[in-house]
Design a protein around this ligand. Structure first.
Ligand code: SF4
Ligand SMILES: [Zn+2]
Ligand SMILES: [Zn+2]
Length: 312
């Protein structure tokens, strides 16, 4: 296969044709920058926090957010990275080493927050104790605490925008999960710019890799020479999401463009979904224990913390 643009050896076959290394990098970066512009993900005078883990998606989005700021003459002091150390042994400590090296090499400020410091135990230790009472899988606990810490500390460090590395595959999975569970309220919060309505306590989440597939991100990081271990979280196969992921990968192999089709259909429906969803701002309260945003009197993160406290 040769590149459709220059005839050199192709490194990837996309739906519209094959591309060489140079033209793929070009195509990928311009897709990300077009996504940022099309959905107005990054503003000129905003302080930007990139939720980073050291994995391929977060390093790619961190690198390209910095490049976007540079190309648009937006001051780089507006940018910092934030990592949550959940305390997942033989996994997170390695990705954090990759992330620290990356931030040092690219002169990006890195802030760190530990689940253990905030909730009293690492995820490894906490989830079996929380499970006893609530039958929660590790990903349920991890997801609730991670979202909580990212929002709280991004806000604490002054960010107005929280950039995440969610890619097309992640979004297609989330859309299908919410459809399977008939969860239109949660589905309305998806999209390249998450959430239904602005709220002082929430930092706006944005997804510049929204239209980039997992395969494209993986290839981009390899071609750019980012040093990553491509490690998988030991809990990743335990979740519902993993089963949806396998199903979608299977479909994609048989019918190319399935994931893109799911996301495109969802984007067409999203304005109507956001319009009809109950406005979050009307239902958001402040948690009586931590003062962070909550749907009920006590937020989900604190509820889990309380169960853990009683079990320790
Ligand atoms: S796979 Fe689950 S436990 Fe592992 S980092 Fe992701 S959400 Fe957390
Ligand atoms: Zn080429
Ligand atoms: Zn709380």
């Amino acid at each position: 296969m040769n590149c459709e643009k220059c005839g050199k050896k192709a490194v990837i076959v996309l739906q519209h044709g094959s591309l060489c290394k140079h033209h793929f990098i070009d195509h990928f970066e311009s897709k990300v920058f077009k996504t940022i512009n099309r959905f107005q993900l990054i503003g000129r005078n905003e302080k930007i926090c990139v939720a980073a883990s050291g994995g391929k998606d977060s390093l790619t989005v961190l690198y390209l957010t910095k490049k976007y700021l540079q190309e648009n003459n937006i001051p780089l002091q507006n940018l910092f990275a934030l990592v949550v150390d959940e305390g997942i042994q033989n996994y997170r400590e390695h990705t954090i080493v990759d992330l620290e090296r990356f931030c040092k090499d690219h002169a990006i400020i890195l802030q760190k927050v530990k689940t253990e410091d905030e909730f009293g135990a690492t995820l490894d230790k906490a989830y079996p104790l929380i499970n006893k009472d609530e039958h929660k899988k590790p990903c349920n606990v991890c997801g609730v605490w991670r979202r909580y810490l990212l929002n709280k500390y991004a806000r604490k460090y002054g960010a107005e925008t929280l950039v995440t590395g969610h890619n097309l595959d992640d979004e297609a999975q989330a859309i299908m999960m919410n459809i399977f569970k008939a969860n239109t309220k949660i589905a309305a919060r998806l999209g390249p710019k998450s959430g239904i309505q602005e709220h002082d306590l929430f930092v706006q989440r944005v997804k510049p890799l929204y239209l980039c597939s997992d395969k494209e991100v993986r290839l981009y990081t390899l071609l750019k020479g980012f040093t990553i271990q491509f490690a998988e979280c030991p809990y990743s196969s335990a979740g519902y999401r993993h089963q949806i992921q396998e199903m979608l990968n299977d479909f994609e192999e048989k019918y190319t463009g399935t994931k893109q089709g799911i996301v495109n259909s969802f984007l067409a429906l999203l304005p109507a979904l956001k319009e009809t969803a109950p406005k979050a701002v009307e239902t958001i309260k402040q948690c009586s224990l931590c003062q962070e945003p909550a749907e009920h009197d006590v937020c989900n993160a604190c509820s889990m913390k309380e169960i853990l406290k009683n079990a320790l």
